[in-house]
Design a binder for this molecule. Structure first.
Ligand code: ADP
Ligand code: MG
Length: 709
């Protein structure tokens, strides 16, 4: 079948007039035959077939089974009771599970009577279960009417109201298969199909729309999911390779005085193995003649700053300037003072540039940047202003990258050299650092064209932060505990949520909280700071500094302190209304303590009303401090779109695969994409013709997800 057929506008399909074509476009984004073909069912209703328990597959389809209940029990768990029935046929057994209506169901279930059950199965640890099955005694069931096995397609209210029902979509799909004679071209190479034992494209498309059996469906879905993920990975891996071959970078081949002196004389601690490994990865990048484009992931406190510094020293040793950009003023000041201290004995000039830098100072900085007298510039997004021109920027580092947009990052690219001809010709090396751990599978999909380094080890001697969950009713005890800690010389954060929609209410909560704290922790014995979003930057700064210097013992704040602030003497983090925070935010906040030698604590305060998700979040926080583990839970709870924020949402609108559930397939797809491109970078071999054609078509018709460039 030539691919032009599939590009035919949908209006030309028999049964689709201009009206329907319009609706299909607007509601489901279906413009062409191809788009219709790629409208995959959300699920399947299969009441024509009966399955034996031994035949069950791990698909997301419903199945119908005949068997008997042999045993009923109630299982008590922390999260509540559930009713569990053992259901057997002659080939095996599964569990039927109920969370709701248990009393009534238990009374109505009949032991050892033949039932027909229908529902989705879950697979866990080698066995299947079916929550809330539809069930009927066989004798009743035989009298009722059954429909055919039906795919259930995505739909919208408007479509339904306009008469484009699931049945209509189904008919259109049949029409499409009739007109095409199910003669669809293969889109993967023979070796791939053989090695991975994938079914052909034809087979897969037919069985995903008109499944012959559960087993056929499972193979069809697997093949199509693999294909979808494979082409996304192919694009990302290809971009990365192209980048390396095309985009020239400065070659930093010298490891000179700055780096060596610092390393041998001034390194304040022994580097962790993870830090050493990452520095080596960065050194390799900098030493090649391609531009570095690297993401450094490391949990809060894992020691990214020293890695940043040592990378900057390499740039200096090779005669280049560098900059470090942070998302807030407070953070850039901390970086600035920290680096000044670390570089005390080196002959390096470092300046700080933020929104509040005075004009005269600013002018001096601009001048020193352009004539090359300034080595390291640290600051906020003020660095991105057009007036800021470097003589020769060789390396730009961005800290806490999720706060910066992609455009801002790309602005850095064009700050290479001060003269018009030179600037932008060779971009500086870019290192992006983030403390928000991103699960590997997600990182592969979102940052697949960046190289990724991970610091997966905390510096030695860090004590685990003791994390507990307390209800509001126990506040007095918590205050008591705070007093003890303060009497030992420690400092305490009390954080309140701030969510845009209810800003005034949150503000009131914060102020009430502040008042109650000043009441329980009165002057002159206790000094309490407060920082929130409605304060002027200068006032914030002032209060923050009082806390940093230890003049105040308690810092009441909204989440403005979330990112990067470093007060090693603060050992208690109290998070109010913790149920309202997302997991990654909770994790970031907890990372503000545990930075000194003392045992640190994180106390999650909540009301008694907690949603199931909120409970999972709190339990996760109490159970683990591993950022990657927390990120995995977060991904499962929220899905990939939400997790990356609006900036990248929609990016992962996959048609059939699911980034979370199909992470195994994703890994396989990525490794095969790499393998294919490594062996045949231009996809020019005979066997890769189908891949080359498909890839070209996907790019041409923008069917492939469009990655931010
Ligand atoms: P983050 O990755 O959150 O930016 P930092 O770079 O701020 O972490 O480091 C956190 C703290 O750990 C700092 O006080 C830093 O001096 C210290 N640190 C970093 N690396 C080591 C190490 N290898 N051994 C001991 N302490 C370290
Ligand atoms: Mg940091």
């Amino acid at each position: 079948m030539n691919s032009n057929f599939l590009q035919t506008p949908i209006v030309y399909l028999k049964g689709v007039g201009p009206n329907r074509a319009d609706l299909l476009k607007k509601e489901l984004g279906i413009h062409s035959f191809q788009d219709l073909l790629n409208l995959f069912p959300n699920r399947y209703l299969d009441r024509t077939q009966y399955y034996k328990i031994a035949q069950l597959q791990q698909t997301n389809a419903e199945v119908q089974i005949v068997g008997k209940i042999t045993h009923i029990k109630t299982v008590e768990q922390k999260r509540g009771k559930r009713l569990v029935a053992t259901f057997k046929d002659e080939t095996g057994q599964i569990e039927l599970v109920w969370f709701r209506g248990q009393k009534w169901i238990r009374e109505s279930l009949k032991i050892n009577k033949p039932y027909v059950i229908f529902g989705k199965t879950n697979y866990f640890n080698g066995s299947f279960s079916m929550p809330h099955p539809e069930m009927e005694l066989v004798e009743t069931h035989e009298k009722s009417i059954r429909s055919a096995m039906q795919p259930v397609y995505p739909s919208t209210e408007k479509l339904g109201n306009s008469g484009i029902t699931n049945r209509v979509i189904n008919t259109l799909m049949q029409q499409l298969f009739i007109e095409s004679k199910n003669n669809f071209a293969e889109t993967l190479s023979k070796p791939l199909l053989e090695e991975l034992k994938l079914v052909s494209k034809k087979d897969a498309l037919f069985n995903v729309h008109f499944p012959k059996s559960q087993a056929h469906l499972a193979r069809a879905q697997y093949r199509l999911k693999f294909e979808e993920l494979f082409y996304i990975q192919l694009q990302l891996v290809r971009k990365n390779l192209l980048h390396k071959s095309k985009i020239k970078g400065y070659t930093f081949d010298k490891i000179g005085d700055n780096f060596n002196t610092f390393f041998s004389k001034h390194l304040p601690f022994e580097l962790t193995n993870a830090q050493k490994r990452v520095i080596k990865e960065i050194r390799n990048d900098l030493g090649s003649n391609a531009q570095m484009n690297r993401l450094l992931q490391g949990d809060v406190g894992s020691g990214k700053t020293i890695v940043a510094l040592m990378s900057m020293l390499i740039a200096l040793d090779n005669g280049f300037q560098t900059c470090l950009m942070a998302p807030t003023e407070i953070l850039s000041i901390q970086h600035y003072t920290g680096l000044i201290e670390l570089c005390d004995n080196l002959n390096i000039s470092i300046e700080l540039l933020t929104g509040s830098t005075k004009t005269s100072k600013r002018r001096k900085i601009h001048e020193k940047l352009e004539n090359g007298k300034l080595d390291i510039l640290i600051g906020t997004h003020a660095l991105l202003e057009d007036k800021v021109k470097f003589k020769n920027l060789g390396l730009a580092i961005v800290d806490e990258q999720h706060r910066f947009g992609v455009e801002q990052r790309s602005k850095l690219w064009h700050k290479g050299g001060a003269s018009e001809e030179v600037r932008g010709a060779i971009p500086p090396h870019i290192l992006v650092m983030t403390a928000t751990p991103i699960p590997r599978t997600l990182a592969m999909s979102i940052y697949g064209d960046l190289d990724i380094s991970v610091i997966d080890e905390l510096p030695p001697g860090r004590k685990d932060i003791k994390t507990v969950h307390r209800f509001d009713a126990n506040r007095l005890k918590v205050f008591h505990f705070i007093k003890d800690e303060i009497s030992k010389g420690r400092q305490v954060y009390v954080v309140y949520p701030l969510i845009q929609e209810s800003e005034t209410m949150d503000y009131k909560d914060l102020m009430d909280g502040y008042e109650s704290i000043t009441r329980d922790f009165p002057l002159p014995e206790y000094q309490v700071s407060i920082v929130h979003g409605q304060m002027k930057p200068a006032d914030k700064e002032y209060e923050m500094n009082r806390f940093v210097k230890g003049e105040t013992q308690i810092m009441v704040a909204t989440t403005v302190i979330e990112v990067g602030v470093n007060v090693p003497n603060a050992s208690v983090m109290i998070i109010e209304s913790a149920e309202r925070f997302g997991l990654s935010q909770l994790h970031q906040l907890r990372g503000r303590v545990g930075r000194g030698a003392e045992q640190s604590y994180c106390i999650l305060m909540t009301s008694h009303k907690l949603s199931a998700d909120a409970k999972t979040r709190l339990e996760t926080m109490v159970r683990t401090s591993d950022g990657f583990e927390i990120a995995e839970v977060d991904l499962k709870l929220r899905g990939p779109g939400d997790m990356m924020g609006t900036q990248q949402s929609g990016v992962l609108n996959l048609r059939i695969a699911d980034i979370v559930k199909d992470s195994e397939i994703l890994k396989i797809a990525r490794s095969y994409a790499m393998q294919v491109l490594k062996a045949d970078p231009n996809l020019s071999s005979e066997e890769n013709i189908p891949i080359k054609n498909t890839y070209a078509r996907l790019v041409k018709y923008r069917n492939i997800w469009n990655y931010i460039s």
